[in-house]
Write a protein that binds this ligand. Structure first.
Ligand code: CP
Length: 304
């Protein structure tokens, strides 16, 4: 494929290649000179129609570490605010000889639409409630780095499954790689239409999911995607489904805690867990740069 639109259509071999290439780039990033010339003839635009801290900075850093030329686009500061369409916006940018588009958009399927209409390679940096492929890749890389394996690992994905592109991309990737996946949280945020179509177990008791798993990937409650609240209050969510130190200590075993960020501290995750010894949250962010370097490098080379 010329694009990275999601995990759904990748093979196990594709995923393994991206993860092993990411390890090579992680080794490069430990050196005093962190830059390689691989993409020095390539120009990439980071097209963000939705807010981002980690993904955007991580892609930009990955592009610069690969020696690409980088353009940044923020929808709210652009002529999109004057009514220009997505396609007009992208075609105008591409006419300036841009080779690749990294795109985040609130509409599920926006990068797939673009892929049908433009000649450049597209990387999905998160589309609505659909997929966030590079997040799933960096999550898998971080799990493997911490535990030494993917095959046979037990991963609980906890929280707002319904609105989470991170959950969907994680489920596609982990099940392809032989990981056992349980989704856990309130029934209102784990719709049956979704889980029936996926190879996952469902658990409404978060403590039981934690007891079962080796790794817990805890998700942000996405209030911005809920037209009406799906639980009574954030305090009640936290009491019933939030993860705190007391709960972790009662498990009598070590588990790894992950979160894609940004964290709602005190809602899905207490600060003493997010910042505690079980957490690899900042390692995930560190690994994001190497994983995105790998994805961009492999796509650019496939094109040539
Ligand atoms: N994990 C993640 O996508 O974070 P940002 O929204 O800050 O990019």
């Amino acid at each position: 494929t010329q694009h990275l639109l999601g995990i759904k259509n990748l093979t196990r071999e594709d995923i393994s290649l991206i993860l092993s290439t990411a390890q090579d780039f992680k080794d490069v990033l430990q050196r005093p000179v962190k830059k390689v010339p691989s993409l020095r003839d390539i120009t990439i635009v980071n097209l963000f129609f939705e807010n981002s801290t980690r993904t955007r900075m991580s892609f930009e850093l990955a592009e610069r570490r690969l020696s690409a030329d980088v353009l940044n686009f923020t929808a709210s500061a652009s002529s999109v605010a004057k009514g220009e369409t997505l396609l007009d916006t992208v075609n105008n940018i591409l006419s300036m000889k841009v080779d690749m588009v990294v795109m985040r958009h609130s509409a599920s399927g926006a990068p797939h639409f673009l892929a049908k209409h433009i000649p450049a390679a597209i990387v999905n940096a998160g589309d609505g409630i659909n997929e966030h492929p590079t997040q799933a890749l960096l999550d898998a890389f971080s799990m493997k780095e911490k535990t030494g394996r993917l095959e046979g690992l037990k991963v609980a994905i906890i929280g707002d499954i319904m609105h989470s592109r991170v959950a969907l991309s994680n489920i596609y990737l982990l099940t392809k790689m032989g990981v056992e996946v349980t989704v856990a949280g309130p029934p209102t945020l784990i719709p049956k239409y979704l889980t029936d179509a996926l190879d996952v177990r469902v658990e409404y008791n978060v403590k039981k999911a934690l007891q079962w798993c080796d790794v817990a990937n805890v998700l942000r409650i996405q209030l911005e995607r809920q037209s009406q609240p799906l639980f009574s209050s954030l305090r009640e969510y936290s009491l019933a489904y939030g993860i705190n130190r007391r709960m972790l200590e009662s498990l009598n075993k070590e588990i790894v805690i992950m979160h894609p960020g940004p964290i709602n501290r005190g809602v899905e995750l207490d600060s003493d867990v997010a910042d505690g010894p079980s957490s690899i949250i900042l390692n995930q962010v560190e690994n994001g740069v190497a994983v995105r370097m790998a994805a961009l490098y492999l796509l650019a080379n496939r094109e040539n």
